[in-house]
Design a protein around this ligand. Structure first.
Ligand SMILES: NC(=O)c1ccc[n+]([C@@H]2O[C@H](COP(=O)([O-])OP(=O)(O)OC[C@H]3O[C@@H](n4cnc5c(N)ncnc54)[C@H](O)[C@@H]3O)[C@@H](O)[C@H]2O)c1
Ligand SMILES: [Zn+2]
Length: 353
């Protein structure tokens, strides 16, 4: 499996990953190495990792509680204090072993501790492997505002090992799979065709490699999200509104990110048929595929109105029109598309049909 080169670091896969990590540690002679986990990856991932990396028994372990609720400044303060109390200096290294919460938070903590120390990410969820592993976004939430605080900074390297997925719940795995389906839809129809023939548990390093390569190519072409990078938002404009609604509405079971953007991708495929030239047949294929992985969620008319209100609230915050990233056909995306409220209503009806 070939390593993928980003502008500043490499993403290594499977066996080669540990070989490269061991070499990197030998070469760089860090003053101290710290390993950040959350309470789940501490028990599920750390023992496996430690078996593969020489000298890791001497490192200092730091653990934060699992979950998005803990992706905040309080957790950062705890990690900064642990680093400080255990003698971390500017030549120390932080290795982040966990899902997107640990890699985002750990990346931010490392980027700010003593004005920046090196860090390495080892994503342990499918979502973190295929999405958070490139792009350099680090940070934490501020109250209910997601990723409000953070910096763009690149790790020394990223190691992707699907071996970690064995302990991940089916629901988390299927959620991450939605981002892979998105990569196929926006950039590669043959990749889409291969993905829809398998179940998320059959994902292997070849498929993950294709997803990381797609995201990397898009990010490299447009690092500051002026144009092309916007296509990564396919399904996310309405998907985020759906996600926020189910997170905050009383009596509602929250949806995982991938589950919400799966709904968003069906809705936005419908919008694509109206303003971007996607064929009805392709839209139906997309809907059928997503509904096999993500059972239909009942969205009442009242809930739909609240979701659209959340969308408008976002629009108010960004002082402008809502632009969608949509599909011209499977494998070809476009961006900066405007859509009328009537078409958005019709999209919810299409989802419910
Ligand atoms: N930086 C980026 O570009 C980027 C991209 C996408 C998402 N994100 C961020 O990533 C976060 C979501 O990531 P996530 O879905 O990985 O969430 P997460 O880190 O909360 O992980 C989900 C759950 O799985 C557990 N877990 C992780 N690995 C495991 C394993 N191998 N076995 C068993 N359990 C395991 C975690 O403890 C947690 O309970 C969000 O905060 C989002 O903002 C960042
Ligand atoms: Zn996403």
């Amino acid at each position: 499996m070939q390593a993928l080169k980003t502008d500043t670091y490499s993403v290594y896969f499977s066996a080669e990953a540990y070989q490269m990590l061991n070499e990197h540690l030998n070469e760089r002679k860090y003053s101290k190495v710290f390993l950040l986990t959350d309470s789940n990856t501490l028990s599920d991932c750390k023992p496996y990792f430690k078996n593969l990396v020489a000298g890791s028994e001497d490192w200092t372990s730091i653990t934060i509680p699992a979950g998005e609720d803990h992706k905040n400044i309080e957790s950062c303060t705890y990690v900064w204090e642990e680093l400080s109390a255990n003698g971390a200096d500017r030549k120390s290294l932080l290795i982040n072993l966990g899902g997107g919460v640990v890699t985002d938070l750990g990346g931010f903590v490392a980027s700010t501790y003593q004005r920046g120390i090196n860090f390495i990410n080892i994503p342990t969820t499918l979502l973190a492997m295929v999405d958070a592993s490139v792009g350099g976004k680090t940070g934490v939430d501020l109250g209910t505002l997601k990723n409000q605080i953070g910096v763009i900074n690149q790790p020394e390297m990223v190691l992707v090992d699907p071996g970690y997925l064995k302990t991940l719940s089916q629901r988390q795995l299927t959620s991450g799979f939605a981002e892979m389906l998105k990569h196929g839809l926006i950039q590669d129809d043959s990749y889409w065709n291969s993905l829809i023939q398998i179940m998320p548990e059959s994902v292997d390093d070849n498929l993950i490699h294709i997803s990381v390569a797609i995201k990397n190519r898009v990010v490299q072409e447009d690092p500051t999200e002026q144009n092309l990078r916007k296509i990564l938002n396919f399904g996310h404009t309405l998907g985020h509104a759906v996600e926020s609604y189910f997170l905050n509405a009383s009596g509602q079971e929250p949806l995982l990110h991938g589950e919400a953007i799966a709904i968003g991708m069906i809705l936005e495929a419908f919008l694509s048929t109206k303003v971007a030239g996607l064929s009805k047949a392709a839209c139906d294929e997309i809907k059928t595929a997503f509904l096999t992985y993500y059972p239909k969620v009942k969205i009442t008319k009242t809930q739909q109105n609240k979701i659209v209100q959340l969308l408008r609230f976002d629009k108010k915050n960004s002082h402008g029109t809502i632009y969608f990233s949509l599909l011209e056909k499977i494998g070809v995306a476009c961006y900066n598309k405007e859509v009328s409220d009537e078409i958005i209503d019709a999209a919810f009806e299409y989802y419910d049909e």
